[in-house]
Ligand binder design. Structure first.
Ligand SMILES: [Zn+2]
Length: 484
């Protein structure tokens, strides 16, 4: 649940951008809803329900001015706390829920465009600084987990458009050795003209400065920051850093894209990781052009899962490998995000993708059973048949050789670079094509190195000290198995 005391200046709409093709149909439905329940809605903020039974999330939205006959509205400046929303808005929420239950033909209330943005762009306040419409600036985020006198805050780039619109956040280098995202943020931010931008783009090119300075995935204490979100104010150092970032920046986003690469010595086909069981997230994935989507709920503690859990749709964009910069993955990422900006109604279309349907995958890892020198026979993105030779591992001393075969028919979404490997090493991630409707609920094998990462199995209060455990190279390998 969001901390509304730090969230009070953030008016968030439910569907945060317009999909032009849906506007007329949604508009008609919205008019119908508002005509029926306008008296109730005027008296209270719209409360959003997540399920059929219980109310799990509330967002405060300044109700929009509805065109034509339903042009009655609440004050656009009305601000109500979350607690007030919960208590006061309950009747209207129940009423809306009843409508959903009575007519399955109608779209879910979650799919209804519940709010618009102010008619005039207003200043945007982040990190204590007011950013004027039509300007861009560099802010600083400090998490207080360092010595004050020598603290080095992380830059936060803000481009605030002249027209109102959504606030999109792009984060990179939560793993400090993943460089492609840093370059993607730079190119996207610097390609924008504030006078053509509707809404706000917030880019954090290097979230994990500690790791970046040391060319390391981890924080200085060897913790993986992307396992500690949304964090706790009095937890471990990693948990406090996560808490600070989440509450100072993430809660101000209407949608979030977290940029990653394959972990050390692995590379990933440009792909979105997303929880497609969440309708808002699923919609977000359809806005990146020709980018494949791997359905995955996300490990507990990842930024995208914590953000999604807080009601803000979030995806991870994986592209390329760590420790280096790769032109093609970077270009793909930039193009994907510019396409997203267009689809969100934030920026006009330039030379972007058309509207290809993303291809959905679930996935499985193929592991090495014999240590040695790995050479691959397949390339990233290649489609493979079950039983197809993927690569070989040869013992450099005994010359014993093992062939690695595909366990499933699919596509190589991620793979190890040629290297020395130990038994158990996950070398090939095969994406198995499926449809969005066929997405299973269960989590897939080998996700996020979960089995070997104690912090994901324990309650936050039992947070272990990973400093020593992750120094074990064999464990490190497994933790690294999932790059996100
Ligand atoms: Zn990563």
């Amino acid at each position: 649940m969001l901390n509304t005391s730090q969230h009070s200046d953030n008016s968030v709409s439910l569907i945060h951008w317009h999909r032009p093709e849906n506007r007329s149909a949604l508009g008609s439905f919205l008019c119908a809803i508002l005509c029926l329940f306008l008296p109730t809605l005027q008296a209270s903020p719209l409360l959003i329900t997540q399920g059929q039974e219980e109310i799990t999330e509330a967002k405060i939205v300044p109700l929009k001015k509805v065109p034509s006959t339903t042009a009655q509205t609440t004050s656009e400046t009305e601000q109500i706390t979350l607690q007030q929303a919960k208590s006061e808005a309950l009747p209207s929420a129940i009423a809306i829920e009843q409508i959903n239950q009575e007519s399955s033909a109608l779209p879910s209330i979650q799919e209804v465009e519940a709010a618009e943005y102010p008619e005039q762009q207003i200043p945007f306040t982040l990190l204590g600084t007011e950013v004027q419409p039509g300007s861009s600036t560099i802010l600083s985020w400090s998490h207080s987990q360092s010595i004050d006198g020598i603290a080095s805050p992380a830059p936060v780039l803000v481009v605030h458009g002249t027209q109102p619109g959504p606030k999109l956040c792009i984060t990179a280098a939560i793993h400090g050795d993943e460089l492609n995202g840093i370059e993607i943020v730079r190119r996207v931010i610097n390609s924008l003209d504030t006078h053509k931008l509707s809404g706000t783009l917030i880019g954090v090119p290097i979230v994990n400065l500690q790791g970046f300075h040391r060319a390391s995935r981890y924080l200085a204490d060897r913790r993986d920051l992307n396992r500690y979100f949304p964090g706790r104010p009095y937890g471990s150092s990693a948990s406090r850093i996560a808490y600070s970032f989440f509450n100072q920046i993430v809660v101000h986003c209407d949608a979030l894209v977290d940029l990653h690469t394959g972990s050390l010595h692995r590379t990933n086909l440009p792909q979105l990781r997303a929880d497609l069981s969440n309708s808002k997230v699923a919609e977000l994935t359809q806005s990146f052009g020709a980018t494949v989507v791997l359905h995955h709920p996300g490990a507990r503690g990842t930024l995208r899962r914590a953000t999604t859990d807080a009601g803000i749709p979030a995806v991870t964009l994986e592209t390329g490998g760590a420790m280096q910069l790769h032109e093609k993955p970077v270009t793909h990422g930039v193009k994907g995000i510019l396409t997203l900006l267009y689809k969100m109604g934030m920026y006009k279309k330039s030379s972007l993708w058309g509207d290809p349907e993303p291809v959905y995958y679930k996935s499985t890892w193929v592991r090495i059973n014999q240590g040695g020198i790995l050479f691959s026979r397949v390339t990233l993105g290649q489609r493979v048949k079950q039983g197809q030779l993927l690569g070989t591992v040869t013992d450099p001393i005994t010359n014993a050789r093992q062939e690695i075969f595909a366990t499933r028919k699919g596509r190589i979404l991620g793979m190890a670079l040629n290297q020395v490997v130990q038994p158990g090493f996950a070398a090939y991630r095969i994406g198995i094509q499926t449809s969005e409707e066929d997405m299973p609920d269960e989590e897939f094998e080998d996700e996020e190195g979960q089995e070997n990462h104690p912090s994901q199995e324990m309650a936050p209060e039992e947070e272990p000290d990973l400093a020593s455990s992750t120094n074990d190279p064999s464990l490190d390998r497994d933790v690294l198995e999932e790059s996100e």
